[in-house]
Every structure is written in C-alpha cells, then in structure tokens.
Write a protein of this length. Sequence first.
Length: 366
Amino acid sequence: MLLAFWGVAPAPVAHAGETPTARIGVNRLNLAWLSRGDQERVLGEMAANGITHARLSLSRPVDKSIEGLEIASRLGIRILLEIELTNRSYFPETARPRTGFGRIWDVHRLSELDLERYRMGLRDALRRIDALGIRLEAIEPGNEINFSAYNGDLLVHRRPGERTPRSIAELADRAAFELGLDKYLEALKITRGEVRRTVHSSDAAFVSAGLSDLSADWADGRGMERLDPHEVIAELRKRGIDSLVDAYGIHVYPGQKPAPALADRVRRILDFCEIDNAGRPCWVTEWGIANTARDCPVDDRKREDAVRAVRAVFQQLMDGGRLTAAFYYDWDTEQSYSLWRCGRLSPAGALAVTPAGTEETRAVLR
C-alpha cells in the first residue's frame, strides 16, 4: 500500500451459471474508520459506477469493518478480504512495536505474531461475518510483509540515506525475518482452516499477502528496508506456500513512464506469476498510477494513457492465465491515486475498472 506519509489448489472454480473471468476491482481500505453513513455513501458510489469487486480490510475496530462488509455484500460487491496481520490484538501484551522514528507508523514484528490469538480473533470475526450471510470471494492474509511499513522484522533506519539490504542474507536480523515467514505460513494454515468452516465463504480463494514492488533506491532514500518480491516468493515456495494459496499477491506501482517502458516494468514485476507446476498465477491486489492534479474537472489524459498501457499488459497475462485479478488502489482516499475525482469517476478511473476479457475491452486497450 502506498504511504500517505509521503504526498495445492487450482484456480478457483466458477459458481453455477458463471463464466470464469479475471476479476477487476478497486481498493477501499479502512472503511472501519468511517461512520455508517459514510460507509453507505462510499460503497453506494462504487456500486452505482459499476464496481463489482472490492478489496476491503478486516482491521480495528472489527465491528466497523464487518459493518462495511455487510453494506458491500448487500450492494452486490464481491469481496477480497485483506486481513490486517499488524492488528495488535494478535500479539502478546508484552510485544512492543518496532519504531518508525516518527517517519512512519510503529509496527509489530511478524515473528512475534501469537498464532492462538490470531486463530481466536479470526474465528470470532468469521463467525459474525457468516451469521450476516456475507460471502467472501477471496481472502488475503497480510499486506506487504516484505516492507518495513507492515513488517517490524524489517528495520526503519534512524536516518534515511544509508544503503538498505538487497537480500535476506544482508538483513541485520535475518533469523527474525525468517521466523516471521514461518509464522506467516502457519497463519495461512490457520486462516484456511477457519474459512473452510464457514457456510458462505468455504470455497473462497486464497491469495498470499500482496508484496511491495518498491525499489532498493527508494528504500535507501527513505531508510526503510524492503526485499525484492521475487526473493520472498521463492522463500515462501520453499516453505510450501503453493499448497496453501490459489494465487500470489503482488502490488504494482510502475510510475510515470512512456508506454513501452511502463509495459516492460510491469512485465518484470510480474514475471514470477506462473501456472501449473511452475507456481501460481498472481492477483495484483494493488496497482496505481498517480495524477497530482487537483483542479476540477480533472485533467486525466496522461494518467489515462498510462492506465491503458498497464491494463494492456494485464490483459495479455490474463489471456495466458498468469494473472487472474487486478484491484486498483484506490477509490477515494489518497489524492494522487484516487479514481473518484471531483464527485465522479475520472476518465482514467473508468478505464482502470473496465471489465477484463471482452473484445470491447481489448479494443479500448489497443
């Protein structure tokens, strides 16, 4: 997820009467921070503008998160549920968050996750979600576990500008990070078990935590450790993740570049997305192109061209089965990336959420 601090299972089967197609959706995280009236308004705007899939979060306060899920479900929006593993309820009372030195939020270490607390908290939330008749289409436990903003086993340096690790072998506390990966696999097993016990979501797809695509240079400049997603996926595969997930989660923020360079960047980020015995296809659980313009009506022409280039690559990978979902970040909360501008869906936004796979879509993306 972008930081506001700086302005073995086959692919899921279709349900009766449905044709398997790639999912196109948007992120609207932290609904739990809104009043019910604002939740109704935001989700209503999404539904009215043709949004069929949304990545929503299970975070504190859990009651308000479930309230948002109920509204989305009632509006016919299919839900990818991101489970916030940094929720302090899942950690021992003695656990202390790793400091962000005031440049980023303090965050708990994945290696200190209390698996029994996690099991009980998740079980209770799923029971309440199920009692409301809500169906979760997919589950994504965790977020950007390869980035220090969401995993306290990775450090924030006291001063930015120093060289950050390029690999797991270079981490100051490699043992803690690898213990965190082990804990993550156990959390995935727990999540599968609890979800399979539900009535309405027992067939939900499982997606591994969406990994950050941030570069080493970016990390150096901000003093925030990150690891390459390719290396982290390789480590998770060694631990048996392919038997627990239907897809690998990945985030794609390719920046503003000419269309050919943009397409090449996206292909490089997604080159580990595979099918059959070679791995798993990917779900892009966040992607985005910035537009810093604040005027109304918004001038979205440059972003529209960039979105078209990214969607064209996505469509090629979807046609080959290597990508099965893409969720744009975000709907309305982060000014530069929001699709909802000046009280309406922006032109680039309309293109970003155009359904995948139709000949009409392919024509628009050419």
